[in-house]
Design a protein around this ligand. Structure first.
Ligand SMILES: *[C@@H]1O[C@H](CO)[C@@H](O)[C@H](O)[C@H]1NC(C)=O
Length: 148
């Protein structure tokens, strides 16, 4: 419950306007938590977090849409990443991974801004792959994002 509150506070803080930032900081200091340490919005941080989750996820026998980097144009990268995040969250729920461990994924997804682009293929148009290929390709994509 406390974790949830903190996460919520972090989100409010990220979205609030400058004038409200001091209030957020005050609230965070009152909660005396290691402030937003769990909020991850960088691809690199997500990769580290996924490395910890990976052995729990590998048990899944789900087949998932998993485009490889060569399967879509560069400007669709964020939309593809969104596809990956939504599927991954589904798997995390299916495998009953705790909310605390999921937080990095959900946070990343929450912060991922995508604008609909009709030139980008829908998630369902890509081929279905097993979880191993899915995770490998997701990691590649994140690495690619991080280096550009
Ligand atoms: C997953 O799919 C890949 C590529 O299709 C295949 O090489 C690999 O053996 C599969 N892994 C499992 C665990 O089924």
């Amino acid at each position: 419950m406390r974790g949830f509150q903190i996460q919520l506070t972090c989100k409010v803080c990220r979205e609030s306007h400058k004038t409200q930032v001091w209030l957020c900081l005050l609230v965070l200091s009152l909660l005396s938590t290691p402030t937003c340490a769990n909020s991850v919005n960088e691809a690199g941080d997500l990769r580290i977090c996924l490395n910890d989750l990976i052995h729990n996820v590998k048990k899944s026998d789900a087949m998932l849409y998993a485009p490889g980097i060569e399967d879509f144009p560069d400007f669709c990268k964020k939309m593809v990443l969104k596809c990956y995040m939504l599927e991954l969250i589904m798997v995390l729920d299916e495998e009953e991974i705790g909310r605390d461990s999921q937080e990095c994924v959900r946070d990343f997804n929450y912060n991922l801004q995508t604008t609909k682009n009709d030139l980008c293929p829908a998630c369902e148009t890509y081929t279905l792959q097993n979880i191993t290929t899915f995770m490998d390709r997701l990691m590649d994509l994140l690495e690619n994002l991080n280096s550009t």
